[in-house]
Design a protein around this ligand. Structure first.
Ligand SMILES: [Zn+2]
Length: 188
């Protein structure tokens, strides 16, 4: 029986099992100790190098908008929207987000790009034109609401109103235009 206390340990540097005199001995030899120290220094330098790389990247991309993940501020900048709008888009499921912590939410850049993809045109196919008697043709609508042709088309486009062609004329549902020009009619 040995009077010396020894314990099997695994050297943190070379991975070999060795007999250590204390439970906190980390290395099998002075050489491994030295090697580990050198590696530490090297890693330390690498960490600093990471910081340098980050600084260079930040300088190239001050808004932080070119990475795969964006924080809310950067996403807002990219969309020229407010932070609030980004959180809203996240809440309604238009943007996927990861909460790394309470204050750090990351948005997947692909999702932002997806916002700009055209939606499928399924909706238009499913819409049946209302009967002509329930529609204005363009000239009629211009006269009724006293607006120019250009203004009328902009309103139709901006409000995504359904318009359709029948013979020479283009029609829009009366209800749609009435709702836009006389919103109180619907509320009252
Ligand atoms: Zn070793």
């Amino acid at each position: 029986m040995s009077s010396n206390f020894t314990v099997n340990r695994i050297c943190e540097q070379c991975g070999n099992v060795f007999q250590a005199k204390t439970t906190v001995t980390r290395f099998c030899s002075g050489l491994c100790n030295k090697r580990n120290y050198k590696a530490k220094v090297r890693n330390g330098k690498m960490a600093t190098m990471d910081e340098v790389v980050k600084k260079v990247m930040d300088a190239k991309d001050p808004d932080g908008t070119s990475g795969e993940f964006l924080n809310v501020k950067s996403a807002a900048k990219l969309l020229r929207a407010s932070d609030k709008m980004i959180y809203h888009l996240i809440n309604i499921g238009k943007l996927n987000a990861v909460n790394l912590s309470k204050r750090k939410t990351l948005v997947y850049r692909n999702d932002i790009d997806k916002l700009f993809e055209l939606p499928p045109v399924v909706q238009l196919k499913e819409l049946k034109p209302p009967p002509i008697s329930e529609c204005y043709h363009m000239a009629e609508a211009q006269k009724k609401f006293n607006i120019s042709e250009g203004a009328l088309y902009r309103i139709i486009q901006r409000n995504n109103l359904f318009k359709f062609q029948d013979g020479w004329y283009t029609y829009v549902a009366k209800a749609d235009l009435d709702r836009i020009f006389n919103p109180q009619v619907q509320n009252g």
